[in-house]
Design a protein around this ligand. Structure first.
Ligand SMILES: CCN(CC)Cc1ccc(CNC(=O)c2csc3nc[nH]c(=O)c23)cc1
Length: 271
């Protein structure tokens, strides 16, 4: 009997620990991620720490020891919510005891998310995502339950929910079947590990809009000319706005002689 590998096409599942579960309708029900969710390519389950409290006020936060502004999220409701999510994942076959999905805290102190991170996540089976609110979370929960922390960048949000939605959107787009092949090719162009240049400008009908025409090369029907024009535009725009991406592409050997001539010309033009 030949060995037939069992391709466990285990769908991507995210479990969100959040005080605002209704926020997640944005990625669960709308657009590319919404369609993929409806098709069962991925799933999303929310768990509200308030449902894991025992007092009449359903308390999820308290004042910080040592004083200071704001409130801190209690460890116990968060921990019970994570345990419930973990059990549900095992029950659903999303996790195995040997390979539990990571518990990920969205946090300003985390490693900054990027396309490489999205690709790594897309190879996995999801995560339990913790969305903080208030000033932060009791450190003892983080030390005991959190495997990694992820930030969106150096700006201050009001909570982790938007970070979680951005992370999930960047991952779901990469899953097989979510984007049409052509789009997924475009998807790669955003990946600094592959092409990493900014997109060339886009145009659609009408050919002239309020007196502004579409650039002539795009109307030529000459595919080589169109590709050359788009490459020139990407190089010039990237050199102007994100020169570090040019360096990265050059270091990775993704720029050819023609590209370098375009960049020299763009450099002369900008002086
Ligand atoms: C006063 C110092 N602040 C830390 C920078 C306190 C603080 C602000 C905002 C938050 C809520 N932010 C997030 O949960 C968050 C989660 S991911 C992320 N990425 C970038 N910026 C962010 O604020 C976040 C938590 C603590």
């Amino acid at each position: 009997m030949p060995f037939v590998p069992v391709l466990s096409a285990r769908a991507m599942r995210f479990d969100l620990i959040t005080l605002f579960p209704e926020m997640f309708a944005a990625v669960r029900d709308q657009g590319v991620s919404g369609r993929a969710h409806a098709r069962g390519i991925w799933s999303l389950v929310t768990w509200n720490p308030r449902d894991f409290t025992t007092d009449v006020h359903r308390t999820v936060d308290d004042r910080p020891y040592g004083g200071g502004p704001g409130m801190v999220m209690l460890a116990e409701p968060l921990s019970q919510a994570v345990e419930a999510a973990r059990a549900a994942r095992l029950q659903a076959g999303a996790d195995t005891p040997e390979a539990p999905a990571p518990v990920v805290l969205l946090s300003p102190a985390g490693r900054t998310h990027d396309q490489a991170g999205a690709r790594r996540w897309a190879d996995g089976t999801g995560a339990i995502l913790i969305c903080g609110r208030y000033e932060g979370i009791d450190q003892r929960f983080i030390d005991r339950c959190v495997d990694e922390e992820v930030s969106l960048g150096d700006f201050v949000l009001s909570g982790g929910e938007l970070g979680a939605m951005v992370l999930m959107d960047s991952v779901v787009r990469l899953l097989p079947g979510v984007l049409h092949d052509a789009e997924s090719a475009v998807q790669d162009s955003f990946n600094p590990a592959l092409d990493g240049l900014l997109d060339s400008p886009h145009y659609t009908r009408p050919e002239v809009w309020r007196g502004d025409p579409v650039p002539e090369p795009l109307l030529s029907g000459h595919h080589a000319r169109i590709a050359a024009w788009r490459r020139e535009q990407s190089l010039a725009l990237t050199a102007a706005r994100r020169p570090e991406l040019i360096e990265r592409a050059r270091a990775a050997g993704r720029l050819d002689g023609s590209d370098e001539r375009v960049l020299e010309q763009a450099g002369r033009d900008s002086k």
